[in-house]
Design a protein around this ligand. Structure first.
Ligand SMILES: NC(=O)N[C@@H](CC(=O)O)C(=O)O
Ligand SMILES: [Zn+2]
Ligand SMILES: [Zn+2]
Length: 410
């Protein structure tokens, strides 16, 4: 894929103006990156920045600082804020606020339905004009197939994806973790895999019928991976993302960590985790998303039944993926860069995802030989909620350049 070469890179203003061996250095500031790896700025298609309205959990400032520290130069943010991003003024607000701080480019995803209530489709044209790159009611599934179909027809006209949080509420009910032996031992209500898979199957059918691009969020059960694999074989316009936590953890974690391992969709069985890994390796799952979902300590301390779902992920996602899949020899480094930068750019129609001449100077430098343990106290994010505390990881970002400016340096 052409990333793995040793060369120099000349940045002037916001732009990469030369690439090659031994470029003249006399008139420019030189950063020596020998022994380190330069990648195109990482892109996260699924982040919760919590603004407007939930600034106790995260702000656009802290969320984009966390992005920069994790090597992300572009992120897409979800509209399940207070209020919901269902009017153009909020799309403008998010973009302007992100540009004011300048740590990363933020692409808002606007709500599919007004107030994310699942009933009345928002003004897609106005929201798209304001800068929304996709539409989602993430946090909730769109329960009505008719409403989803209407949304797909509108998205198709604009050429943007509908980003699906697949959850049938009649099946997920009051579940707080995966349905299975662990939930039974703990005596808590479980969430069956079909709560996710029936919605994925429904939306594959609607994508086939309407021709609209459907992107499946945070895929977790084996059956869902199989449905997406079949959909792709039949040529359906479907893409999918998977999170590091669904690739690396199972519901066994909930036994020890309780609400600290509570996420939606839930951590599932080992067979599901293994199926997600196979799906990633064979291209059924197109990209990695963090689903960075910050909550306060007080909220996460409410216990397994009452705590909110979600983990932070921006600051550890690359080292988690690098350590588990590249260092162990399962994935080539270039493939991981593809999954965390090139693929999200391609499917969400964003610039970037490649280091090339005349492109915006967005790139990330990682030290593949540096080992550090996950320490949430050092996060830029306001959220500390991660089940990966103390894990030994390699491949930490050491320098992030966004639009030609240093936005993070270790
Ligand atoms: N993933 C989560 O567990 N939580 C997300 C919502 C979501 O992504 O569905 C949140 O907004 O907290
Ligand atoms: Zn979701
Ligand atoms: Zn989410």
């Amino acid at each position: 894929m052409g990333y793995s070469t040793v060369q120099d890179l000349l940045v002037e203003g916001q732009i990469i103006t030369a690439l090659g061996k031994e470029l003249p250095t006399s008139t420019h500031e030189v950063i020596d990156l020998r022994g380190l790896h330069v990648m195109p700025g990482l892109i996260d298609p699924h982040v919760h920045l919590r603004e407007p309205g939930q600034t106790h959990k995260e702000t656009i400032e802290t969320g984009t600082m966390a992005a920069a520290a994790g090597g992300f130069t572009q992120i897409c943010c979800m509209p399940n804020t207070t209020p919901i991003v269902d009017e153009r003024k909020w799309v403008h607000f998010i973009r302007e606020e992100a540009d004011r701080f300048g740590y990363a480019t933020v692409h808002p995803i606007a709500a599919i339905t007004k107030g994310a209530k699942g009933q009345e489709v928002t003004d897609f044209v106005a929201l798209h004009q304001a800068g929304a790159v996709a539409f989602s009611d993430d946090g909730k599934g769109v329960q009505s197939a008719q409403v989803m179909r209407q949304a797909l027809l509108k998205a198709k006209q604009l050429g943007v994806p509908i980003v699906v949080h697949a959850e049938d509420e009649s099946l997920s009910g009051a579940g707080c973790m995966n349905a299975g032996p662990v939930a039974e031992r703990l005596g808590v209500p479980g969430i069956v895999s079909s709560a996710e898979t029936v919605m994925i199957a429904r939306d594959v059918l609607l994508a086939q019928e309407t021709g609209a691009h459907v992107h499946m969020c945070h895929v977790s059960p084996e059956a869902a991976v199989q449905v997406i694999r079949c959909a792709k074989e039949s040529g359906a316009p479907v893409t999918a993302e998977v999170t590091p936590h669904h690739l690396l953890l199972t519901d066994e974690q909930v036994e020890h960590l309780l609400a600290q391992a509570k996420v939606n969709p839930p951590l599932r069985a080992e067979s599901d985790r293994a199926a997600c890994v196979r799906g990633l390796l064979d291209g059924t799952l197109d990209m990695i998303a963090t689903d960075h979902a910050p909550h306060t300590k007080e909220e996460k301390d409410r216990g397994l039944l009452d705590a909110p779902f979600g983990f932070v992920g921006l600051e550890i996602s690359f080292p988690l993926m690098y350590t588990a899949f590249v260092k162990s020899g399962i994935l080539p480094f270039e493939k991981l860069v593809y999954l965390m930068s090139t693929a999200p750019a391609k499917h969400f129609h964003l610039r970037g995802g490649r280091i090339q001449l005349a492109s915006v100077a967005d790139f990330t430098v990682v030290d593949l030989n540096q080992m550090r343990r996950v320490n949430p106290e050092a996060f830029r994010s306001k959220g500390r909620n991660t089940p990966f505390v103390d894990r030994e990881l390699w491949g930490w970002p050491v320098l992030t350049i966004h639009r030609g400016q240093t936005v993070f340096q270790a």
